[in-house]
Design a protein around this ligand. Sequence first.
Ligand code: ZN
Ligand code: ZN
Length: 99
Amino acid sequence: MRDQRIKCNTHGVSFPAIACRHLREAGLSSPAVYVGWVQAEFDPNNREPGDLMAWCNECDKTYESGGGWNEDNEISAGFRVVCEQCFHELFSAQQQLRS
Ligand SMILES: [Zn+2]
Ligand SMILES: [Zn+2]
């Protein structure tokens, strides 16, 4: 993996991941809100910086209807880089709410 570490205000130096605006807002609100979790496939044997990428159920609808990510639905998804540990926290928040 290329060295593309980022600095997270919470976790310090970490690797980058990408999450949609809704996952970030839902995971940070208290109590956390269930918005779903759709994660992009990646090759675990060939990791790239930023290949951890997830979006919510609503964004997945725009993803499906757009036939993939394009300029329009990417803007409404509001993707932003989060650190890998933040990403895992957002993931576990959604997992807990799902059960
Ligand atoms: Zn979303
Ligand atoms: Zn973090």
